[in-house]
Structures are given as C-alpha cells and as structure tokens.
Write a protein that binds this ligand. Structure first.
Ligand SMILES: [Zn+2]
Length: 301
C-alpha cells in the first residue's frame, strides 16, 4: 500500500524581493545586524512506497499564511483527485491538529503525526504509561526496536476521541573506524520516536508494520526534497514569478516520477545500480547522439 506524506519545503532565500508572492522575514545575524530575507515555500504531497516515492502534487505557501493553511488546500485537492490512492497520511509535529485529523477522517483516511515534547500532556501520559507496560521488542536489519502502543483519551485538548500513541526506542549498531585508524569499533546510535494516530488497533498485533509505516515520513525529506534539490537542481529559480516557479516544479516532478518508474521497472542491464550512474548515462546518450533528435511533430489543426 502507498502511504501519503505531506510536508513543507523552503525553496529559495534571497535579499531581494522579486515578485508579489515572495514571503519576508527578518533575521538577526552575528553582532545584532538585522537582515531582511525573501523566500518561497511550498507544501508537497507524496506517495511513499516500498521502492520509490511518487510526488503527487504541490501547493505554494502564500505570504501571510503558514504551512497548515497551504497543506489544507493541498490535502483537499489530493483527496478529490486521487481518492483511492492511499488510506493513511503522515505529517510531522505540525500536523498534530484536530482540523487535519477531522478533514482526513471525513474522507475515510487515517492520520499519523509525529508527537513532540511541546504536546506535554499527551507525551507525558505516553511516557508514564511506557514505564508500566512491557514493550514489544524485535530486531530489523541492524536496528533493535522497543515499541509501546498506548490508547489514550482526554489528553489532547479539542480532540475528544481516543488516539493511539506509538513510542519507539531504536538502537542501531554502526561500525566505524577507530581513532587510531587501524581497526573498527561498534557504536550504538539511539533514537526515540513518538507518533499519534487514529489508525484502528489491528486484530493481529502487527506493530512492526505500523512502525515501518510511521517511518515512511522520512521519504519526503530524502526522496522528495533532498534528492530533487541535490540531483535535479529543484531549488534553482529559472524565472522568478509565482506561476513560473510552480510550473517548473510540477514539470520537474513529472520528470522525476517517470525516471524513477523507468529505473525500477525497465532496466535490463544489471551493471546499472546507482541512480547517478543512470542519469549520467542518459545525459551522455543525449550529448553523443550522432543524429540530432527529430523535431517535435506539429499537430495539424
Ligand atoms: Zn518571489
């Protein structure tokens, strides 16, 4: 099953205002010097799958509004256009909002949001329950998991229904070079995660799968934002106007989606393993073609 993931991304920061849709903020630098920055932001909705992520849609965050207002428009549009593409949507701590949970519930979708310490009552309740209950423990790859699944009601102001809080303590063993440079040593990377969800409790105790789904949120950071910025130059502004910025991003995301589908489905050559290698191979094919590409056929009117 594909999992929906929503998040915001800041695209450029510049000292000059170039269009009426530039957002503005004042930052204080070292020595107390105040600087005005102009920037563009958008929210993105992706489908995270086991092998690839599929970028579905984006929505600009306009001046004077926050990520949630933009993502609300985005989620409503995605729900209308792709009503059966997913059944769970994940967001970061910002999406732990009654309005988001209720909007998705009206469309028969479940929500998962990261629980941060700021939501003191809910996180404190989860922490105190974790002291009383034995966790489920398992190992996946190099990571050891301790997972608790609590049902809590009445600790989230404004949301009267019962929610599940999933707590995951993760320890990953990593091998690094020792300081003398002659041998290796093992270090343990620890991470603590908490998520709030209205997913129903499964009849079979499949917490492993629920934790895996919760971690899908990283795919929007890694495969949508980081990868498109570092490998595809997504943050570059080719023409600074609101429409041009969004049109370029939408076109780029179509290209990235087609490239990813091609990569996982159509590669016969087993020597092509890395994405960068395939990208450079396509690029070199374009540059070394003996005959120039045929012109785009004109459509008779
Ligand atoms: Zn602008």
């Amino acid at each position: 099953m594909w999992v929906g993931v929503v998040d915001g991304h800041e695209q450029i920061t510049t000292p000059y205002c170039r269009c009426p849709y530039c957002k503005k903020r004042t930052v204080t630098k070292k020595g107390g010097v105040k600087d005005v920055q102009y920037y563009h932001e958008f929210t993105a909705f992706i489908l995270a799958g086991p092998e690839i992520s599929f970028i579905l849609d984006i929505e600009p965050i306009l001046p004077g509004e926050g990520e949630i207002s933009s993502s609300y428009r985005l989620i409503e549009r995605v729900l209308g256009n792709y009503p059966r593409a997913f059944s769970v949507v994940i967001g970061d701590g910002l999406y732990l909002k009654k309005t988001v949970f209720n909007l998705l519930k009206r469309h028969h979708k479940y929500t998962i949001a990261v629980l941060k310490e700021e939501r003191r009552q809910l996180s404190q309740e989860a922490n105190s329950l974790s002291l009383l209950v034995e966790p489920k423990t398992y190992k996946q790859g190099r990571t050891y998991y301790k997972v608790w699944d609590h049902s809590i009601k009445g600790c989230w102001d404004g949301y009267g229904k019962e929610v599940r809080v999933i707590v995951s303590e993760e320890a990953t063993v990593k091998r690094i070079h020792s300081k003398d440079g002659k041998s290796f040593e093992d270090i343990v990377d620890k991470a603590n995660w908490m998520w709030v969800t209205n997913l129903p409790c499964p009849e079979t105790d499949d917490l492993k799968n629920t934790v895996r789904i919760c971690h899908c949120r990283w795919q929007i950071e890694n495969q949508c934002f980081n990868e498109t910025v570092n490998m595809w130059n997504a943050d570059h502004i080719y023409r600074h106007s609101e429409n041009a910025i969004i049109a370029f991003l939408l076109l780029l995301f179509i290209v990235v989606n087609i490239f990813n589908i091609f990569r996982i489905r159509n590669i016969k050559d087993k020597s092509i393993k890395a994405k960068v290698f395939l990208m450079n191979l396509i690029k070199s094919g374009f540059l070394t073609t003996k005959r120039p590409l045929s012109p785009i056929p004109s459509i008779p009117i």
